[in-house]
Design a protein around this ligand. Structure first.
Ligand SMILES: *[C@@H]1O[C@H](CO)[C@@H](O)[C@H](O)[C@H]1NC(C)=O
Ligand SMILES: *[C@@H]1O[C@H](CO)[C@@H](O)[C@H](O)[C@H]1NC(C)=O
Length: 501
């Protein structure tokens, strides 16, 4: 009826560090995500869905470019196998040479908006509106703070090209009570955008990148204290409620059948923030920062009533990078042919139940840590080439999870003889297959050529996460003069960023 365009527009959402195991439909015992569970009941669940990196910035850069961080530059060479991201001191950001999803969707007439955390570089040349988005409401960095605006500035909140305030100032986050209204503000931005585009009959792309589940976790008053899982659960409940409101607006506007919605997260739940602010990675080992399954496996639900069949589970190996390729395909566009693209079109899996062979690569920074062979057949193996450290500088990424010889506190090389786990019967990576078993040899035979081929063909991008400088922090963001919120930057001292994760 009221569908504005025969081509499906699509909101995508990327949630910060919400874990695979936080969804009722994935087995969370408190069952506090009724809206996400309903979304799965009306759509398709992808239990084998992965991030491209166990940390937020590289994962988001991969989502929007369809390329592994090692290709799009969202990695560091300051140390081997370290995760870099975009804190305030970072000098780099998403290179102009990268083509982002909203830039490409423009060719098909799409209007694009990002709501929430960007994390692809905070200096003006890296902003969303310089890389294809038409609108932005949110922040360039994490909502850490409060800062005193002398040693470091508070993170600005932007509307489009200009700041409209800062976290802990115009946009309060009460660290004691956990109260903040940001999810409600982000929800309203999403609802308004959808209504406006529907009224104008424009196809749209909404990237709803909320961050309430990232420490310091927050929720608005009506949700605080309502979860059986503490403050983290309150944040999950508010996000879940917001998803419900977005989906019901699509129904009210009669654009359910012309709107494709995908729900996922950018990395595994941060067990470093546990027990008070950490989520659940279900049966998987460790969490954010690590390339064990708990750091890389993501909750994932596709929803498109009338097209994606209801109540289905797809065993397709999926990745956040697939959202790039799938979105282009939905818009009738092809991915760029002048560069390597890692994303896969998920439409055959969603519309015809057809599974496509494809590997999954697990990277930390510049180092390939593990791989899953293309065919997720009955063996369901994963080969670990290198174990990530289970802790760095005293920070434990695997609290309470001690697997002898696996969660080691130094990085362990196994490249010559990878350790292989059967994820079907051992999702927690506790029992490596015996080296002399046929199962091991069979899995090795499937993964080794894929890894060799990948590494031989790989052309790494210029690393963007090597240089830090306090002078580039958010001292005087565009628009600060109108608000009287410009601060004076210190002298520029570029140095190598040090990455503790
Ligand atoms: C959230 O909004 C309510 C209602 O406007 C207000 O009373 C409250 O102070 C706000 N809380 C924060 C932390 O901004
Ligand atoms: C982990 O387990 C190993 C062997 O099972 C044991 O030697 C070690 O002390 C344990 N480490 C911790 C931190 O519990």
């Amino acid at each position: 009826a009221g569908a504005p365009n025969p081509k499906p527009p699509e909101p995508i959402r990327g949630l910060l560090g919400m874990g695979w195991g936080d969804l009722g439909v994935n087995g969370e015992p408190s069952r506090e995500t009724p809206n996400l569970d309903r979304m799965a009941a009306e759509g398709m669940l992808f239990p084998n869905f992965y991030s491209a990196n166990p940390l937020c910035s590289p994962s988001r850069a991969a989502l929007l470019t369809g390329r592994l961080p090692i290709r799009n530059g969202f990695y560091t060479t300051n140390a081997h196998a370290r995760n870099g991201y975009t804190p305030q001191e970072i000098v780099g950001g998403i290179p102009d040479s990268e083509l982002l999803l909203p830039e490409l969707l423009k060719e098909a007439g799409y209007v694009s908006k990002i709501v929430g955390k960007w994390h692809l570089g905070h200096r003006p040349q890296f902003h969303p509106l310089k890389h294809g988005f038409d609108e932005w409401f949110g922040s360039p960095n994490c909502h850490f703070g409060p800062y005193n605006n002398r040693a470091r500035p508070n993170i600005p909140v932007y509307r489009d090209r200009e700041m409209v305030g800062r976290f802990y100032e115009e946009f309060p986050i009460n660290l004691k009570t956990g109260e903040a209204n940001l999810t409600q503000i982000y929800l309203q931005e999403a609802l308004d955008f959808i209504k406006t585009q529907q009224a104008r009959g424009r196809p749209f792309f909404l990237y709803w990148a909320v961050d309430a589940t990232h420490a310091p976790v927050y929720a608005s008053k009506p949700f605080l204290g309502t979860s059986r899982r503490g403050r983290y659960g309150d944040a999950v409940r508010e996000v879940d409620d917001s998803v419900g409101r977005i989906l019901s607006l699509l129904g009210d506007l009669r654009i359910r059948e012309s709107t494709f919605v995908f729900f996922t997260s950018d990395n595994g739940a941060a067990l470093v923030s546990a027990p008070r602010q950490g989520g659940s990675n279900g049966p998987f080992l460790c969490g954010k920062q690590t390339t064990f399954e708990g750091g890389m496996r993501e909750p994932a639900i596709a929803w498109w009533p009338g097209h994606v069949p209801a109540a289905q589970v797809s065993y397709q190996l999926g990745s956040v990078m697939d959202l790039f390729t799938t979105s282009l395909s939905l818009a009738g566009l092809k991915p760029p042919s002048d560069r390597a693209i890692d994303g896969l079109d998920l439409l055959p899996a969603m519309l015809q139940g057809r599974l496509t062979d494809r590997p999954i690569f697990y990277y930390r920074g510049n180092t390939l840590m593990a791989g899953r062979p293309p065919r997720a057949g009955s063996g369901v193996p994963r080969a670990s080439l290198t174990f990530p450290p289970a802790s760095l500088q005293g920070v434990d990424f695997c609290p309470g999870q001690n697997v002898s010889g696996v969660t080691t506190h130094t990085q362990e090389e196994h490249t010559e003889l990878p350790l292989i786990f059967h994820l079907g019967r051992d999702p927690g990576e506790r029992y490596p297959l015996r080296f002399d078993s046929t199962e091991y040899l069979d899995a090795l035979g499937r993964i080794s050529p894929v890894v060799r081929q990948h590494q031989a063909a790989l052309v790494p991008g210029q690393p963007q996460l090597n240089v830090c400088d306090r002078a580039v922090m958010n001292w005087a963001p565009p628009g600060c003069e109108k608000l009287g919120k410009c601060l004076t930057p210190p002298e520029s001292v570029p140095e190598k960023c040090s990455w503790p994760h």
